[in-house]
Design a protein around this ligand. Sequence first.
Ligand code: NAD
Length: 317
Amino acid sequence: NQKVVLITGCSSGIGLALAVRLAKDEKKRFMVYATMRNLAKSEALVEAAGRTLGRTLEIRQLDVCDENSIKACVDNLPMRRVDILISNAGMGMIGPIECQSIDEMKTVMDTNFFGLVRLLKEILPGMKMRKSGHIVVISSVMGIQGILFNDIYAASKFAVEGFCESLAVQALRFNLNISLIEPGPVITEFESKVYEEGAKIDLSKADKVTADMFTNIYLKNYNQIFQSLGQTPEDVAEHTFKMITMENPPFRHQTNSLYTPMTTLKYADPNGDLPIETFYKMVFEHDKVFNASLNFLKLLRWRSRKSFTLGKEKNAS
Ligand code: NAD
């Protein structure tokens, strides 16, 4: 009795890595429907899937911004059954809001937030009926903490988190699990696409201080942050795999222990000033603080590599 897994956004990055990781499970516990908006972009997945293609992995079309495409995809699954839904498709956006159009912002919300809502409207009723299912959502640390010049992206991930937190109470009644996976920076096409788009922004609508902050502080440090804190998509896939195969998966899971000191600041101060002031100091007060923090985080990474365990795996049944 294989579990049916449906994953969105599998043409690259975390979605691709996770689809392949599940399809290659030695115990063959999963039948993976790896979906993508544009099937013409399936080459990388086809190659990585290798011999699992047509066996434990099938590629299907699904655009999270199009209800009809979601319905058509689910209608074509055996008995419309999805045991594990992995909502992964998403997009980023950086820059000063003065320079972004409302339409561009709506596209981010539509993909990252309403994309998840559309999936659940189609898939949740079946899970409720069967009283079994696991909804896994690739959120972000930006779903719990805002970051400079990521205003709209963070808002979209906060929306995802609020939505899931509300739904999780109802889900308990139906014996369903919901898990939010919260990666820090991950080195994927996401990062390069976001940077390229950011570097092209017409900053003429922003004042000089804002434009300078974006170009000379944010963009300048962007690559360094990914290089020093960045995880691989395979690493995030491994964390997610463990969440899926755990007996009692937690509601939230951060994949990057380097990042936990930052998110912990939020819970340390109910007034909410501590993380904001700390980020301000890191970014503006001096490079030294920033570099010291990075070195501290590198040390934590070195230590955490040695102790990467995530609870016991569920036995094959
Ligand atoms: P990625 O760009 O490689 O993957 C995102 C995928 O979503 C792409 O394959 C893209 O084609 C797809 N997608 C976009 N719009 C879609 C739509 N309308 N319908 C279907 N698919 C669509 O980047 P990634 O890093 O693998 O991102 C996966 C998830 O991880 C996203 O939700 C992202 O927000 C989240 N995340 C990424 C990072 C990071 O630093 N890369 C950090 C935290 C969270």
